[in-house]
Every structure is written in structure tokens, then in C-alpha cells.
Design a protein around this ligand. Sequence first.
Ligand code: NI
Length: 136
Amino acid sequence: MPIVTITRRVHFSAAHRLHDPALSDEENLRVFGPCSNPNYHGHNYELDVSVTGEVDPATGYVADLGTIKRLVEERVISCLDHKNLNLDVPAFADLNPTAENIVIVIWQMLQGGLPAKLEKLVLWETPQNYVEYRGE
Ligand code: NI
């Protein structure tokens, strides 16, 4: 059976601040740059959710992208969109909401619910910066 990877792109907007509470504001600015602004700032995130599986000979699908869209909206978008990640999302209460940590948290939110094997997440924080995670 041919194995194909399919991807659904979703979008969310969220505020965050990157900082280490053990460091001064000046030291945080040196480590995290403008993302350490104490009054927070926003990003428009794009998330690509890729799943892999056999192509069903009856439907020609690996999985129904509508099902994936609904699951991602329920488990991820409803928790993160228009939220302050530091203050509103318990996963980031003691975890710096870098793109790296956000993509790992999203992976945990999606584990076990998708109609095909979760293959890869790609999270764009800006049009210039993205991170990839395969669950390792
Ligand atoms: Ni930022």
C-alpha cells in the first residue's frame, strides 16, 4: 500500500513573553531580545499538522482532513488562540513559551487523537522563523 503524508494548516494568534524569572529585565533582554518585553507582545502563528498512513483504496484518502481540522481546533486552537500563553495556558505556567516549547506542547495535545499517525508539526512564529517537531 502506498504511504502518503497529508497536512492541514491552521492559524492562531497569541501573546507571550520569553523570560527567565531568575534573571533581571536587562539580562532577559540580552538573552531573549524583544521577546522578553515585560508587557508581552503577539505573534500570528501558522501550524502545519502532518499525518502519515496508507491510502485507503475505497476513498483515496489517508484520512479525512475535515476530521483532522476539527480535532486540531478542539484540542489546540481553542486553547491557544487569542490567549496570553504565559498567563492563560497552564502548560506554560513554568515553561518558557518559545516556539520550540510551544510545538512540543501542541504535540502532547494532539497525541492519540488523530485518525492517522502524527508525523510532523511545523510551527511558524514569524514568516522568517519556524520550528519542526517529530515527537522525539
Ligand atoms: Ni515573541
